[in-house]
Design a protein around this ligand. Sequence first.
Ligand code: G6P
Length: 365
Amino acid sequence: EAAEKGGFPHYMLKEIYEQPWVLENTLGGRLREEEGDVELGLGLDPMAIDRIHVIACGTAAYAGWYGKYLLEALARIPTEWDVASEYRYRDPVVDERTLAIAISQSGETIDTLEGLREAKRKGARTLGVINAKGSSITREVEDVLYIHAGPEIGVASTKAYMAMLAAMAMLAVHFGRRRGILSKEEAQRLLKEMRKLPRLVEEVLEKRPLIAHLAEKYHQAQDFLFLGRHVQAPTAYEGALKLKEISYIHAEAYPAGEMKHGPIALIDEHLPVVVLATKGPLYEKTLSNIQEVRARGGKVIAIATEGDMEIGKLAQDVFHVPEVHPLLAPMVSVVPLQLLAYEIAVLLGRDVDQPRNLAKSVTVE
Ligand code: G6P
């Protein structure tokens, strides 16, 4: 087993460190920077759809939420996003110009599979964004976009999430180009940035000692709050999910702008607040959220863009991630959150790879 972990103490850590090559695999031969397009080998005609329904559970659901932002931003296709256990019972409005996208690492999650079947019964076109080859979902969809993350053993998903984000970004660029929404130049710019991601994630991994230091400082907290806006809202939710899954510390995530409608009441000097504050159109808005937290005595750990020195005046702790196109920032930003959850769980003596009550794949309702 030690050999299978490749010298790492846990599968989860090994998988976190595999993310640069996972990104290489996912993006691999698919990006066409010169043409400003992505080759996905789909049978689907992107002009034959009017709306998209994204269905998934757990970590895959947060990748789906990210996908919604990109599909709407880059391809202007109205996109709904639901956790599958809600979707399958809410009698969604579907027609033959609806594309249902099921996202799943295992391809076996029962709610996701049943949500997909519900969309199919109502006439939807179907696409699976899947890791496990030949899994149940892949056999029931018209098209599969494999994320090529390799086998994931750690119950808490890390590298599959990374690959799902990359897959959703590719899909959005592809649809945007084929539908004449995204210019060739903008697509080229995005694809070149995507090509840099493996190296940028590598740079983040090299800073693991800084995260270990933060874990040391904050691992005794009873609760954590995670905040982010737009594409970084799903990152905040994924960061909170990772922390609760493996450390059993209560963690809650909120879209940063919604904080004032509730969670602000929780803020005091005992509450660490992780804020995704990378550069982008909503940066200033996020800064004012940090000020609001500070004004109430909260401790802010900011995930900020390399070179942003201003933020250090507001936040107690800053972790810098490399600069990248704002729509791709989640890929570099989620890494410190995965590491933070990991380091805290190890400090607390938790069973990182087999957290209590959780299953890698949930095949019963
Ligand atoms: C379980 C796992 C999660 C995973 C979710 C969805 O809850 O513990 O890590 O994100 O199922 O799994 P899927 O295989 O559909 O991506």
